[in-house]
Write a protein that binds this ligand. Structure first.
Ligand SMILES: [Zn+2]
Length: 258
């Protein structure tokens, strides 16, 4: 990803999404917290969201967010969803971890403190989508569902999609219990290749698990950018693992300009 300073904000952008004229996106993290419901300076979160939307030339008023319930489900944004979750989680689009849209001027925002956020872009329709792929969502196939929803809803040709996996818990740090691998084995093809044993400890490679899901769903490997930045050991990002449940949230914004 490419890092850019904009006043007191630091924005990161995927190289693979950088040259699309109507697409705007960014990942924004510490020191600012983008969650109005959790973490430090939460009363500043909505203002910070607006600041990022303004920089991206996307309308903050129509910023839309999924509730993020650690599931794999993805919905297409309908008229009544627009602006839901803009000011906080209680109004977010319920039940789902991902949203897709082909509507210009409807930016999406998703939050993370270690969980991968996966975004996709269809340059032909054009359309965008993003999903919060927590370990439970990853095991349940969230990234694959995101791509499938783009194809089903917008007729996206998966071989034309571009995808990014945002900064999140990396295989360097993301230790899990054997129960996680056991569950993954029941849901993911060849799940063992996403788990690394080191010094008697088990690590889950969420990045590779999501990259593989995108490939299996039809996205070309060359069109996938894994940020490769670990939220646990890279202090530019908020981390639940490092700082506990009262940590802030890093945000991914993505949308089509009007
Ligand atoms: Zn790490």
């Amino acid at each position: 990803m490419r890092e850019e300073r904009c006043g007191d904000l630091t924005l990161l952008r995927f190289e693979i999404l950088a040259d699309a004229p109507r697409l705007a996106h960014a990942v924004a993290g510490r020191p600012h917290n983008f969650a109005p419901h959790r973490g430090p300076q939460r009363d500043e979160a909505v203002r910070r969201r607006r600041q990022v939307c303004d920089l991206l030339k996307l309308p903050f008023e129509r910023l839309t967010s999924p509730a993020q319930v650690h599931g794999p489900d993805v919905l297409a944004v309908e008229e009544g969803d627009i602006g839901c979750g803009r000011d906080g989680r209680e109004s977010a689009v319920p039940h789902v971890d991902g949203l897709i849209t082909d509507r210009p001027g409807v930016p999406l925002v998703l939050l993370s403190a270690d969980c991968p956020l996966v975004c996709v872009f269809d340059p032909d329709r054009p359309a965008v989508g993003a999903v919060h792929a927590s370990w439970k969502g990853t095991v349940a196939g969230a990234a694959g569902r995101l791509v499938a929803m783009m194809a089903r809803t917008f007729g996206s040709r998966t071989e034309r999609l571009r995808a990014g996996v945002a900064p999140s818990a990396g295989p360097c740090c993301y230790e899990v219990g054997h129960d996680v691998r056991r569950l993954a084995r029941t849901r993911l093809e060849q799940a063992d290749r996403f788990f690394i044993e080191r010094d008697g400890r088990l690590f889950f490679d969420l990045w590779e698990a999501n990259r593989r899901q995108l490939i299996d769903a039809g996205v070309p490997a060359t069109a996938i950018e894994v940020a490769g930045l670990c939220s646990i050991c890279d202090r530019r990002f908020w981390s639940h693992r490092r700082e506990g449940p009262e940590t802030g949230r890093t945000a991914l914004f993505i949308g089509l300009r009007e």
